[in-house]
Design a protein around this ligand. Structure first.
Ligand code: KG4
Ligand code: ZN
Length: 338
C-alpha cells in the first residue's frame, strides 16, 4: 500500500466544527473530534451564522492542535476531504480555508464533499459501502427520500415543500422556550407527555410523495397562542407534535415503499441525518422495513448529527475514485449540487 494511507476530513457546514482521520484500506477512524456550538446558539433559539463562523475559526484550529498532539503521521495523509456544500456559506468557508492551508503545507490533494452524501456515508463507517440503497435523510436543513446507486449516482425521490423535519422540532422548541437544538429536547419532553392534544398530520389526503411541516408548526403556534403553559402542558404539546411529525414521515415513507421500493432490487433502507437519532422515528421506520422485508441501517447515535468521520468515510470512496479538485476550483455552495 502507498505510504500515504490516511484521509484527513473537515466538517463545518453549520454549527459543528469537526476533524477526523480515517485509514483508507479498512475505513477505520483513527481520530475524531467535534466541538458543537449548541450552548452558544441556544440563547437565540437557532443558529446565528456570524457567530457560527467566528466559533469555527476558533474551534477548528483547536481540534487541529489536538490532532497534532496525537500519534498521527501527517506525512501519511493521502488527501484532505472537506465539506463544501450545502450549508451556511460563512461556516463552510472556514473549513474550506483550513483544508486549502493544509493542502499547501502537506501537498496532499483536495476533495470537496457534499454534506448530504456525507450523511449517507455515516451508514458505512468502518465498513464497506452498500449500493444500491434507499435513504431517508432527516436533518435541520433537509427532509429527503433518496436512492443511491453509487458514489456518483444519487436520485432525489421526495423532498419537503417547506420546512424540514429537524427544523420543525427546533421551531417548536423555540416557541416553548426549550433551547436549541430542539430535536433531542422535544423528544425527551415527549416521553412524559399524554395523548390529549391532537395536531393535524401534514398532507394526509394528498397522494404526492413529499413532506411538509409548516402547517403542523403553525398548528402548534396557534395552540400555544397566549395560553399559560406549565411543564405538563409542554410535555403534552411535545408528545402530540412529535406524534404528528413522525406519523407524517412514516405514512409518506410507506407510500414510497408500496409504490416504488416494494418490487425494486434495492434491499437496504437507511435513515441518516441529525434527526435520525430520534428513537420513536427509528421504531416506526423499523416496523415498516419489517413489513416490506427490507434491511434497515442506522448510523451509530454519535454519528447521526454533523461530524467529520462521515465526511472522511465518504472521502475514502472519493479518493479511490480519484475525485481530486484543484484548490483554485474548490468553492463553496449553500445549495446541494447533486
Ligand atoms: O444533520 P444535523 O446534525 O445538521 C444538519 O445538517 O442540519 O441535524 C440537526 C437537526 C436539528 O434540527 C436537530 O433539532 C435535529 O437534527 N435533531 C432531532 C433529534 N436530534 C437532532 N430531531 C428530532 N429528534 C431528535 N432526537
Ligand atoms: Zn447534517
Amino acid at each position: 500500500m502507498d505510504s500515504k494511507s490516511l484521509i484527513l476530513s473537515i466538517e463545518s457546514s453549520c454549527d459543528d466544527s469537526s476533524i477526523a482521520v480515517t485509514r483508507i484500506n479498512d475505513c477505520k477512524i483513527l481520530f475524531h473530534q467535534k466541538i458543537s456550538q449548541d450552548i452558544e446558539h441556544s440563547n437565540y433559539g437557532g443558529v446565528v451564522p456570524e457567530l457560527a463562523s467566528r466559533l469555527h475559526s476558533v474551534c477548528l484550529p483547536k481540534i487541529l492542535k489536538n490532532l497534532k498532539d496525537e500519534n498521527i503521521n501527517f506525512n501519511g495523509i493521502a488527501a484532505i476531504a472537506v465539506t463544501n456544500e450545502p450549508g451556511l456559506s460563512v461556516s463552510l468557508i472556514e473549513g474550506v480555508m483550513m483544508a486549502k492551508a493544509l493542502h499547501l503545507s502537506l501537498q496532499s490533494p483536495l476533495i470537496g464533499i457534499n454534506h448530504l452524501k456525507g450523511h449517507i456515508y455515516s451508514l458505512f463507517l468502518e465498513k464497506d459501502s452498500i449500493f444500491p440503497i434507499a435513504i431517508l435523510l432527516l436533518s435541520g436543513g433537509h427532509s429527503l427520500i433518496l436512492e443511491a446507486y453509487s458514489y456518483d449516482d444519487i436520485k432525489i425521490i421526495a423532498r419537503t415543500l417547506d420546512d424540514s423535519f429537524g427544523e420543525s422540532f427546533d421551531k417548536v422548541a423555540k416557541m416553548l422556550n426549550l433551547g436549541y437544538p430542539g430535536g433531542p429536547i422535544v423528544e425527551s419532553r415527549a416521553k412524559f407527555g399524554k395523548g390529549d392534544i391532537v395536531f393535524p398530520i401534514p398532507l394526509l389526503h394528498s397522494k404526492d410523495l413529499a413532506f411538509s411541516f409548516s402547517g403542523l408548526k403553525n398548528a402548534v403556534r396557534m395552540f400555544i397562542d397566549d395560553k399559560n403553559i406549565d411543564d405538563n402542558l409542554i410535555n403534552d404539546i411535545c408528545f402530540a407534535f412529535q406524534k404528528s411529525a413522525i406519523t407524517h414521515i412514516t405514512k409518506k415513507t410507506k407510500f414510497y415503499f408500496e409504490h416504488y421500493l416494494k418490487d425494486s432490487t434495492i434491499r437496504h433502507f437507511g435513515i441518516v441525518g441529525g434527526a435520525s437519532a430520534n428513537i420513536s422515528l427509528r421504531e416506526s421506520i423499523s416496523l415498516l422495513c419489517e413489513e416490506y422485508n427490507k434491511t434497515l441501517l442506522f448510523a451509530p447515535l454519535e454519528f447521526c448529527s454533523d461530524n467529520a468521520a462521515m465526511i472522511g468515510r465518504c472521502g475514502v470512496d472519493a479518493y479511490i475514485l480519484k475525485r481530486f479538485i484543484d484548490a483554485k476550483d474548490l468553492d463553496i455552495s449553500p445549495k446541494s449540487r447533486f
